[in-house]
Design a protein around this ligand. Sequence first.
Ligand code: FES
Length: 370
Amino acid sequence: MTSDNILRTGQSWLARQITNHTSFGAYFEPLIQLLLPQWRSDRLRSKIVSIRQESHDMYSLVIKPHRRWQDFTAGQHLELTVEKDGAWMSRFFTISSSPAHFKKSGLIELSIQIQEKGQITPWLSKALHAGSIVNLSQAQGEFCLSRQEEPILMIAGGSGITPFRAMLQQLSLMPNKTDNVAKTLMYYARSSEHFLFKQELRKFTEQVPSLQVHFIDSAEHGFLSAQHLERYSENFKTSHIYLCGPANMILHGRKLLTSLKVNWQQLHYEFFGPEPIDLEQSSGANSILFSRSNKQISTEESAPKTLLELAELASTNPVSGCRAGICHQCICQKKSGVVYNTKTQQYSDTGAQEIQLCISVAASDLVLEL
Ligand code: FES
């Protein structure tokens, strides 16, 4: 344990003993917010250094994280929190730059695709400027390359290139001369103008001899198929395969690879946004009673939705954050009934238990404590 870690653990222990909070900052939060409204004890105030346009619908925030922000692994993401119209809003974004770059420059980059109908992504690029303060969580997530002997195949779709850019930048800045493990990137975009970081990715292949990058224009060459896999990555069956991109790409990729007898254990994937709901698991019309607010809604009243969306429709004001099963802010007590968890693909028991609203659908009538 480093001296920094020992100091932090000691401070946290002391804060617990004296204030019953995990830190003194958490205890004094309401007072500090009177002076600094954006301050939150669990968020690290970090400075925007610049904003770089990557394409017509993607920009990168270059950020100098707070000094307490810790290191990370290429491929991880973080939660960015900003205040918009008096309300705190949080979103998860992949860190598109590498730990080696952070070590050298003290900066990280978040490359963000503008969601046309989104509340945050179009707004952020206009509202923020050099010098703006945003709140960052520590990095998290397990979509990272593990050190291994087997070849690596990365399959990216559109803006799903961001974690791979971080991983490949790391490899290029920290080259390992003895590393001969084959690494292949198959990068799909809907036209040749939509490839991001093209020059940089090409440069990585010069710096990392074991790396091959294939830019595949899906309008011209079609989407991921057995023929593409055989053509671009002949050893894909023995590779560790990483998929990142839109939900339909991941679902298609998972299905294709398992039908080609690729071992499930070799597959690693990350959805951009929530994993799609398997609507077949939501059994017909169910009635949901929100016991605290005494409101009721039937799943028949709308196209099948997550319990979070139904709670919002019923105006019960549920708390939420990522809407993707990551932040746990939407946890709610289920008093009775069965839900289907779209992430773990498991049904719950019938009795009382905590559930995450954003990744659960009703599989029977439910009573939720909301
Ligand atoms: S809103 Fe983040 S886990 Fe549900």
